[in-house]
Design a binder for this molecule. Sequence first.
Ligand SMILES: Cc1ncc(COP(=O)(O)O)c(C=O)c1O
Length: 370
Amino acid sequence: MANSQFIRPLVHKLHAYVPGEQPKIKGLIKLNTNENPHPPSPRVLAAVKAAVNGRLRLYPNPTAHALREKLAKLHGCGPENILVGNGSDEVLALAVRGFVEPCQNTQFKFRNSTPSKAVVQYFTPSYSLYPVLADIHGAKKNAVALNPDFSMPGVTELKRGLAWDFDAALTFITTPNAPGGRGYTTSELEKLCRAQRGVVVLDEAYVDFAEENALKLALNIPHVLVARTFSKAYSLCFQRVGYLVGHAELIAALDKIRDSYNVNGLGQVAAETTLDDLKYYRANFKKIIATREWLSQELTKLDFRVLPSQTNFILAKPPAFPAADWLQKLRDRKILVRWFSAPEVRDFLRITVGTQAEAEALVKAARDII
Ligand SMILES: Cc1ncc(COP(=O)(O)O)c(C=O)c1O
């Protein structure tokens, strides 16, 4: 009999998250997955190398204790306010599992709860993992469009419309936005957070490249959590370390449902050492921001419509050919960028800001193509 009979219908129907390509093409300029073009600091590399020894046979610290202590010090809170995960993707998934009731499987219908208890809510476009996490969990998705320029509708506007659910069990807000790049002010985020009656996760994956961060909301509003990652700004995608900051009661709830050793030992070493060397990373943020502004200006001169960005990528509508054709034309010139088929962004390319030399190569290729 076919093995498919063993697979839950929900899993059968799932469309898995599609990560950006990681091709091994010699000489490729890789601007498709928002990785940092600069390597981890020499101290971080040395610490990871030094940790590769006989101790690999031992389990790592199960609570990432030292890392949580350091993060707590950095953010002015206690370690009980921090949950570390296998990348921020894991902590986002834990939030869905911890705060949202599954609803699709009618056999296990829950009692005494309103449908909002089963709702994962987010704006579109935003991080395309959120709907996948909701589907995996059997939750209800509530995707609400951002304004056409990817700014966030205000609370009054959201209240006027019928789509937004102020009781949603969990609301994800990507801030600054991805893939749009637009930054949101802490005051507009605060208004929305205070209007929500469920948990709000502010996904600040790119916040180190932005003008403002909203960490204080996680420290001051009990139902708000901030998600951060070491992947983008701290050059550690490979190691998979992300974390949540928030009220101790919510953090403790998610701590109960994570895997016992969810953060690998080398990742803990790398992230701890990163926090000892922030000066190195802050200098890199500055370089990336300067290149982002240069690239935006140069592409604008070539008739690209470049959206304002507070991240390490830009979203740009190219001239002359459809964006999907540009993807291929750039690839033919060994430059890899990202294109999404979702209707709101299908006319755009998402371009990671690499080094200045990579940005210059991209501009030269764009000129050739035009
Ligand atoms: C908005 C956003 N949040 C979270 C992540 C996940 O980052 P990681 O799991 O590497 O920490 C990404 C990665 O692309 C992202 O774009």
